[in-house]
Write a protein that binds this ligand. Structure first.
Ligand code: URP
Ligand code: ZN
Ligand code: ZN
Length: 476
């Protein structure tokens, strides 16, 4: 009896998962992986991967898209351009943030964010929440109800005036995470230290972009990371420290792990490929492009971050894509002017370059294994935020989100990228690999030269219970 052909067969793949690398064909029907094996039956469409590495589509678990900002500042990427850029860089799931305004409702922020995303995304998306005003109504009603509905992770900030919580408020939010099995993410920098340093720098006329790094030295991140860990220990709940920049925060996290605490950690490309020198010299404004928080450190700290990617300290590798144009009045020149460092919007673009940079310098540079690459860019983020095994896996029943990798030199040029930002901090960087094909739920969304748009292809994903705890055994 003849069997019906598959929708698609990806043949001769060198399949890489978080645990194994093996040769197989991948059969797809109804947008999901339905068979893995050698010599699979025919597909209505067939693509020969010709022995190339095929990984799960990336899960970028920390990016900012169309997040409301105080005018005149505005994010350059919305769900259309942001997910377009993600797909062309091998990322097939994004998790940006529905941010509560102080004095506003969290539920209203989520409703507004759905309106921004609806019908625009080219790849699937879920939402984290940002809790900036943990009122009794938020803690007792809105947050528990939203967790039940699939918003199972939230970020709290220890810095930024419009977002920061004090320690008591953070404890309250962590207690909700514990009670309802949600994942708390913490931006760990000490707000008062930053304010104190910024005022002194400003009073001394030191306002150029490079002084951003002087206002946020590693000790402000170290202190806040230690405090975040202590607050989580008090509540007895896992936490994930986001965008870890260097040695001092890493030491705190290693200490926590050594003491049996469930502290997860995320890092980002900017802490591997940029340094504080990229914030510029003297009074040059060019470095505003690379202002992000925590700031990039130095080469020795880059090595520490590589060490944590290699040995399992970090579970998640995200872009922290925060898309602000350099020119114009809405981004790095707020109101059209060169601004003192403390008024320059924080964040850099990186959705499209996240996976190729780590594949090139991590895997092909011999610093991490292919399996670890998959774990960091797809499997662990999917687990941490309750999307696994639908996402982050090449397994029967998983969504057919796949990336075929092409090795070979390619220079990063902003003109070739697909975001709406007018620069990339990685201009001129030579990559050793790039996605030759990205499939999202079995559809070709990027073929190595052309983007295949279908706004609305991307669906909202309610998240389940986070299912990732640190691997204590492998750590000192
Ligand atoms: O500088 C950064 N990281 N901007 C984005 C917002 C955040 O804190 O993640
Ligand atoms: Zn942050
Ligand atoms: Zn961020």
């Amino acid at each position: 009896m003849a069997t019906a052909p598959f929708d698609l067969v990806l043949r001769n793949a060198r399949v890489a998962t978080a645990s194994d690398v093996f040769d197989a064909d991948i059969a797809v029907s109804g947008g999901r992986i339905v068979q893995l094996g050698q010599g699979l039956g025919p597909g209505r469409r067939e693509i020969d991967a010709a022995g190339r590495v095929v990984t799960p589509g990336g899960v970028d678990a920390h990016c900012h898209l169309d997040q409301p900002m105080a005018p005149p500042v505005r994010m350059a990427d919305d769900f259309d351009t942001g997910t377009r850029s993600a797909a062309c860089g091998g990322t097939t799931t994004v998790i940006p943030f529905a941010a509560q305004e102080k004095g506003g409702s969290l539920r209203a922020a989520v409703a507004d964010y759905h309106r921004r995303a609806e019908g625009r995304a080219h790849v699937d998306y879920a939402f984290h929440l940002i809790v900036s005003d943990p009122t009794p109504a938020v803690l007792q009603q809105e947050l528990p109800a939203l967790i039940q509905e699939g918003y199972t992770s939230f970020k709290v900030y220890m810095t930024y005036d419009d977002l920061k919580l004090d320690d008591g408020q953070i404890l309250d939010v962590l207690a909700v995470a514990r009670q309802h099995g949600a994942m708390a993410m913490i931006h760990a920098e000490n707000a008062d230290c930053i304010e104190w340093l910024s005022q002194r720098l400003e009073a001394a006329g030191r306002t150029a972009p490079r002084f951003h790094a002087h206002a946020r030295p590693m000790l402000v991140e170290r202190e806040a990371t230690h405090r975040a860990i202590a607050l989580a220990e008090l509540v007895d709940v896992p936490v994930l420290i986001v965008h870890v920049s260097g040695r001092e925060a890493v030491e705190q996290i290693r200490w926590a792990r050594a003491h049996g605490l469930n502290v997860l950690a995320e890092t980002c490309p900017q802490y591997l490929f940029l340094t504080a020198d990229d914030l510029g010299h003297d009074d040059s404004y060019q470095g505003a492009r690379c202002i992000c928080s925590p700031p990039p450190r130095d080469r020795a700290n880059q090595d520490v971050i590589w060490g944590g990617l290699h040995d399992g300290l970090f579970s998640v590798f995200s872009s922290d894509h925060a898309p602000f144009c350099f020119d114009g009045a809405e981004g790095k020149h707020p109101g059209g002017e060169e601004a003192p460092f403390r008024h320059i919007p924080n964040g850099i673009p990186g959705l499209e370059t996240r996976m190729p940079l780590l594949y090139s310098e991590g895997v092909l540079g011999g610093r991490i294994t292919l399996q670890r690459f998959v774990e960091l860019t797809a499997t662990h983020p999917a687990r941490a935020y309750g999307l696994h095994p639908r996402k982050g896996a090449i397994a029967i029943g998983s969504d057919a989100d796949l990336v075929v990798w092409q090795e070979g030199e390619r220079v990063i040029r902003n003109a070739d990228l697909h975001h709406a930002v007018d620069y990339t901090p990685y201009e001129g960087h030579v990559l050793r690999a790039w996605p030759a094909l990205t499939l999202a739920s079995g559809e070709v969304v990027w073929d190595g030269t052309q983007f295949h748009p279908r706004p609305g292809r991307g669906r909202f994903l309610p998240c389940g219970t986070p299912s990732l705890l640190p691997r204590r055994s492998t750590l000192p």
